[in-house]
Design a protein around this ligand. Sequence first.
Ligand code: F6R
Length: 362
Amino acid sequence: GKAGYDHYMLKEIHEQPQALRQTISGRLDVARGTVDLDLDLPENYLKSLEEIQIVACGTSYHAGLYARRLLEEYADVRCSVEVASEYEFTGGRDPWRTLVVAVTQSGETADTLRAMRKADAAGARTLAVTNTVGSTAAREANDVVYIRAGPEIGVAATKTFAAQVTTLSMLTVAIGLERGALAGDRASTLLHNVRGLPGAVQQALDDADRVRETASELADSEAFFFIGRRLGMPVSLEGALKLKEISYVHAEGFAGGELKHGTLALVTEDTPVLATLTDGANPQETLNNVKEVQSRGAPVVGISSIDAAESYLDVGFAVPELGELEPLVANVYLQLFAYHVADTLGRDIDKPRNLAKSVTVE
Ligand code: F6R
């Protein structure tokens, strides 16, 4: 059941600390800076790896975009992320040295399965990152890592996004260590932050009433824009997608630096801007974009971990210190915001029109 919540989506948002504890459970050794994901890769496979290609759709694609930055920075491996329906395999002379990572909550998304099969046919190695034991993706991939978020019933993916990013962060450490790209202290710091996620997410959830107030005040707006840089960018895409799919209001997310290249023309008093201003998201640069939209009268909601931000925001939400995982905590505020806008507008939140939980057509 919904355990007293009005919708599964809200229940699943609030379940995130517990879900992430499951995701992490038994996999981390923070002090030693090691992780164990029970991967059974051939000897030296990760050392000789040339490239990682992530394929995924929708929310899972956004998790892939988050992971790409971490992989490039901590595992010293070239990484691309592609929307699964657009994927074609292009690899080096030895396709086996390309690892294709399919990120799919359900493990049944047709576009993602098709991309995996293309990679497999070309001779690449495939790894599924999924929530669903025994799913098609889990069965067909060479390797599988489970995100262990527990069942998700609301159509909008929430706790599974958090569990995907968390799992991919641990995978990054595993790959970085194996490749000799990651020193023990950096690995420890990243894992320390992974371990801190459940608590930090809980802190965000404890502020849910204020998010509801802000969302209900802004719900009648014409459109919403979400901006953030670096790891704040995928989170902004995700915030906009969540809002669109359950509230039916137009929303767009993009890299903060892109604002001045077009979208700024649409910014008015009737288009709130939600900005991710945390560590891992180049907050000082994004503050410049905040000033640009504010001078055009847009209400600004900032999710931040930097003190300087407060004076530029109409409403601010705080993220505790968590390094590269702060944007993932910021995303929890965006989930709550989308939920409460949709709820204020009286939408059918768990079953939005035209959408299905598992998309098994191409
Ligand atoms: C959005 C949402 C979809 C899915 C997408 C991929 O809230 O749920 O965008 O993320 O359909 O689904 P999976 O992860 O099952 O492959």
